[in-house]
Design a binder for this molecule. Structure first.
Ligand code: 9G3
Length: 567
């Protein structure tokens, strides 16, 4: 491809609204342009890379025995009503009416569609197992689309669905997909962890795994053991129980002593003021669980895990109470809320209940109580695991290692659905004994466009993108140094022609630009191998440089061509 013809609008600077590195690089390297918030056009270079990604996904899905289909984006609302999901999803589900005023949704995912398709065609156990997949545009009207393709409103997803006659069959289909995901992310050159996204391990009923690309921009937190392979989304991470009281000094205050703490609302103000660590405090948070005020108590250095609280209360909606509700329930402003004397249910985390004594708000402005002994003063509380795992906690699996935290970008998510959709959509088959049975299903997603951003978050340097070989838009970048020197231009054209004939994807920088501009652009778009045709062109000598190496070597053009043709 001649770069003078290529629609490649590079930018010197990234627009200020691009915060994520991958977003900045995609705009500067002319991969995408925004049409509207969370909605992007892929320019030629971006389309080439996205296609490379799709191809890796396709090859591994096919290798795993899945078959590619392509489903519509327009989905009849009736299907979503049958599955009971039409009213669960709010503004995130893009809804429209056709010319006959019939209701549709633009597909955010395709469980209903694929199940209704298979329902009509697969009626015997002999036709199972069956795994179908597609690579297709999804629509989710995100409240806050951001970071370019990392969180878009229209994005490319590979979604696969497996149909089995039994749970054992599902475990096999699930493992096939799990291993295919490992191959895909490895081929993309991605640093990632497969994390347990809920307590069940891969063998348990239900259960899901998320594939997290390690990147500081990631919105998820992964708790991983520094000793065994345990890793979990922080939302669901467990930890080894510290059976004894946390070590550290005991606050030297009398039982239930009132402490004057003027204006001290936060533990990180109180702790230095009282010369104590955060773990000596009791944090009291007032939540509304399905509209009912509930106090949740955790140790001062821990965070409430709202999913665990929600599950413990079997609440549909759980949210922090607003300030006036907190004041009404506790009689004091937020920073002075405490557990004593409350008339609402108390949930106390296990780690708090083993404290010998703690300090908490006195439910009175500017006052705290010291010397609270949870086993005595909070004996009426509902106790349980209500906190997030914390860095340094014991590993819940091997009990030797300690948990460390990473930020992650969820690029893949695999689920054991069981009969969740086959029952509501009345979709099943006749088993060997002629009995009606619902399909046992799994579903498997990869955010293909998000994966592109995740790879970029891990593959750049101060000069721009450094593509992994399998993802690069071109394999070789041929650059004549002087646009004026006919010898250099001719040799560059010759080399590019030889490589193209050999089937090597090649970009020839034939622009009338100064060398500095050419090399800056070459570094920015990050093609893995560069052949520079400079002052030694007359002797047939060229310079070879890999994008991820600093040093360049001078070789004869025939050597350069054979190196570039190596698979
Ligand atoms: C919706 C909307 C947003 C959604 C969903 C439905 C996420 C929804 C979960 C999944 C599960 C799996 C198959 C591929 C892998 C993920 N956001 N999910 O169901 F209506 Cl607006 O999509 N689906």
């Amino acid at each position: 491809m001649r770069q003078s013809q290529l629609f490649l609008p590079t930018l010197r600077e990234a627009p200020s609204e691009a915060e994520a590195v991958s977003h900045q690089l995609m705009l500067r390297a002319g991969l995408i342009r925004q049409l509207a918030a969370g909605i992007y056009t892929y320019l030629p270079l971006g389309r080439r890379v996205l296609r490379k990604l799709e191809q890796i996904v396709r090859e591994e899905m096919d290798r795993a025995g899945a078959q590619e289909v392509l489903m519509p984006a327009m989905q009849p609302a009736e299907l979503w009503r049958q599955s009971g999901r039409y009213d669960i999803y709010g503004p995130e589900l893009v809804r429209l009416r056709d010319r006959h005023n019939r209701e549709f949704a633009l597909g955010p995912t395709h469980e209903e569609v694929i199940t209704s398709l298979v329902r009509g065609e697969v009626s015997s156990y002999r036709q199972l197992p069956l795994t179908l997949y597609q690579i297709q545009t999804k629509f989710r009207d995100e409240k806050r689309p951001r970071y370019g393709l990392l969180r878009g409103r229209e994005f490319m997803m590979k979604d696969a669905y497996s149909f089995d006659e039994s749970w054992e069959g599902l475990h096999r289909s699930y493992m096939e997909m799990y291993e295919a995901y490992n191959r895909i992310f490895t081929r993309c050159g991605l640093r990632y962890r497969a994390v347990e996204a809920d307590a069940g391990s891969i063998g348990g009923e239900g259960g899901t795994h998320e594939f997290m690309a390690l990147a500081d921009i990631g919105e998820d937190t992964v708790a991983a053991c520094d000793c065994c392979r345990y890793a979990a989304n922080l939302e669901k991470a467990e930890y080894g129980r510290e059976l004894k009281e946390a070590s550290g000094q005991q606050p030297c205050v009398a039982e239930l002593e009132r402490l004057y703490t003027p204006g001290m609302k936060k533990i990180d103000e109180l702790a230095p003021y009282l010369k104590l660590e955060a773990k000596a405090f009791i944090k009291t948070l007032i939540y509304m669980a399905d509209g009912k005020p509930t106090a949740v108590l955790v140790r001062g250095d821990h965070e409430v895990n709202e999913i665990k609280v929600k599950n413990a209360l079997s609440a549909n909606v759980l949210e922090l109470a607003d300030h006036e509700t907190t004041e009404r329930v506790t009689g004091a402003p937020v920073g002075f809320a405490g557990p004593l004397g409350l008339s609402v249910p108390l949930l106390a985390d296990d780690a708090l209940m083993v404290m010998k004594s703690g300090i908490a708000g006195a439910n009175e402005t500017d006052y705290h109580y010291g010397g609270i002994r949870p086993s005595v003063h909070l004996s009426h509380a509902i106790t349980g695991d209500f906190r997030n795992a914390a860095a340094g906690d014991k590993c819940p699996r091997c009990e030797q290692g300690r948990l460390t935290f990473y930020r992650g970008i969820e690029v893949g998510h695999v689920f054991k659905l069981g009969t969740k959709y086959s029952e509501t959509l009345n979709a099943g088959f006749l088993n060997a004994s002629g009995e009606e049975r619902p399909y046992i299903m799994g579903c498997y997603g990869i955010g293909v466009s998000r994966l592109l951003s995740a790879v970029l978050e891990q593959h750049y340097d101060s000069n721009g993108i450094v593509w992994p070989d399998e993802m690069a838009p071109y394999r070789v970048h041929v650059i004549p140094v002087s646009a004026k020197d006919q010898t250099q231009r001719d040799l560059a054209v010759h080399i590019a022609a030889r490589l193209s004939e050999a089937g090597v994807e090649t970009l020839l920088d034939d622009r009338e630009e100064r060398p500095g501009v050419k090399f800056k652009d070459a570094d920015l778009i990050g093609i893995p191998l560069r052949i520079v045709v400079g002052k030694h062109a007359a002797e047939g000598m060229v310079e070879l440089k890999r994008r991820n190496e600093a040093v360049a070597v001078t070789v004869h053009l025939e050597n350069a061509i054979s190196i570039a043709c190596e698979k």
